[in-house]
Design a protein around this ligand. Structure first.
Ligand SMILES: [Zn+2]
Length: 423
């Protein structure tokens, strides 16, 4: 039985160590430097790099004449030699990315998730999109390392199963990973959405290293991914990050869990737009056209109309509508209250925001957030908390899913050996 993933490491432990060093170096490394940094013998480094050169995964790029001895040949990653596919299955939006070996996005697609959607048609949709994505980029199947898929939890990570995610109605123990393996013929790894988002931030972060951060995921539902000491926190069953039932308002609406004022209910995009329509926020003549697009035929809101509704709330707030401003202030203060709990508990000094519904409200919420956290009476941490947008925008979770595939390619951790040995 495979555990967790069937992704192959590319050629074992020594190769993973060497590839990882070359990737991280940016400008490349010589064989002598690789031997020095890995502790491997010159002969082993020579054998491994010969194989990587033959496979086209690295290339020689000129000589370095620094230091004693004769000039050394520099080895660099051939970043387009292999690619990974990332899929983010949100109940409202499905995002697909194709990334190269450095995590750079070289292909992208996005479509609204049909509502309702059953697992069989969802899998068919994903497979067709993957085919189109690779075809558009002119990528042969042999160059695809695998597919990472990020989905709402809870998941059974070992078996690659979605366990009845609350916002995917009728999805009860769906074997998403195995269905995709069968349909694509590619290795597949399944991860919870908030965890994938945190993985992307760790992979792609530039500037000073962020070792401890929370990722506030603003999608159809709300989650908080975590990275501590430069490792993504997954938890006992790889389901860490559920934030929907953090209580943030004593007088808030009754949640299905029996408490009042749960974060998920208070800041969920669909609930905000539904409330905005019901309260007459969109009734002004100056926004009649936009409001008509949101309200549609009055049926239950789909993802496209929720997104338009969030954009309209933000537009009204920016024009000075006090009620729209109050809606966004409510979102910011509820999220801030939940984050203070997390910051206190885990000594987090950085919060990253992203997810499929984040863009419309980003400017307003990010502007308020530092002060809301810093001045919250419950904050005990003696340091500032930096808040930023995700560096990878709305694609962050899909990119993270693809980076999980790269992780298995580059990972020099012994755990990767165990995974590939069980194949
Ligand atoms: Zn609740």
């Amino acid at each position: 039985m495979q555990r967790g993933t069937n992704l192959p490491a590319l050629g074992g432990y020594n190769q993973a160590v060497i590839l990882d060093l070359i990737r991280r170096s940016g400008s490349g490394l010589s064989r002598v430097e690789l031997a020095g940094e890995t502790g491997l013998s010159g002969q082993t480094v020579s054998n491994v790099t010969k194989r990587l050169l033959e496979d086209g995964i690295i290339h020689e790029s000129g000589k370095s004449s620094t230091g004693p001895g004769k000039p050394r040949t520099i080895l660099q990653l051939e970043s387009r030699a292999r690619v990974a596919i990332g899929v983010h299955l949100d109940p409202s939006v499905i995002t697909y990315v194709l990334v190269d070996l450095e995590g750079a996005v070289i292909g992208h697609r996005r479509s609204l998730t049909p509502s309702p959607i059953d697992p069989v048609s969802a899998i068919a949709t994903v497979v067709a999109a993957i085919d189109a994505l690779t075809a558009e980029a002119g990528i042969d199947r042999e160059r695809v390392l695998g597919v990472g898929i990020a989905a709402p939890g809870p998941i059974d990570a070992d078996r690659g199963i979605l366990i009845a995610p609350p916002l995917l109605v009728g999805w009860d123990r769906v074997s998403l990973r195995d269905a995709l393996i069968e349909a694509t013929g590619l290795p597949v790894v399944l991860e919870k959405d908030v965890t994938a988002a945190a993985v992307a931030e760790l992979w792609l972060q530039s500037g000073p290293s962020r070792d401890n951060f929370a990722f506030l995921y603003y999608g159809t539902g709300i989650g908080i991914g975590l990275a501590l000491e430069h490792e993504v926190l997954r938890g006992a069953s790889r389901n860490a990050g559920d934030a929907g039932h953090i209580m943030v308002a004593d007088d808030g609406p009754l949640c299905e869990c029996g408490l009042h004022g749960c974060l998920g209910n208070l800041v969920q995009p669909k609930a905000l737009v539904t409330d905005a329509i019901a309260s007459g926020l969109f009734d002004g003549p100056e926004v009649a056209d936009e409001a008509a697009a949101v309200i549609g035929d009055g049926s239950e809101l789909d993802a496209a109309r929720v997104l338009l509704g969030m954009e309209l709330i933000a537009a009204l707030a920016s024009r000075g509508d006090p009620r729209a401003g109050a809606v966004l202030h409510g979102v910011a203060s509820h999220i801030a209250r939940a984050l203070v709990t997390i910051v206190n508990l885990l000594d987090i000094d950085h919060v990253v925001f992203g997810g499929p519904f984040w863009s419309p409200i980003a400017a307003v919420v990010l502007a308020e957030m530092p002060e809301l956290i810093a001045k919250h009476p419950a904050l005990v941490q003696p340091h500032p908390v930096v808040v930023t947008d995700s560096a990878s925008g709305d694609d962050v979770t899909a990119i993270g899913a693809a980076c999980l595939v790269l992780d298995h390619t580059f990972s020099p951790r012994p755990a990767a050996l165990l995974i590939s040995a069980t194949r």
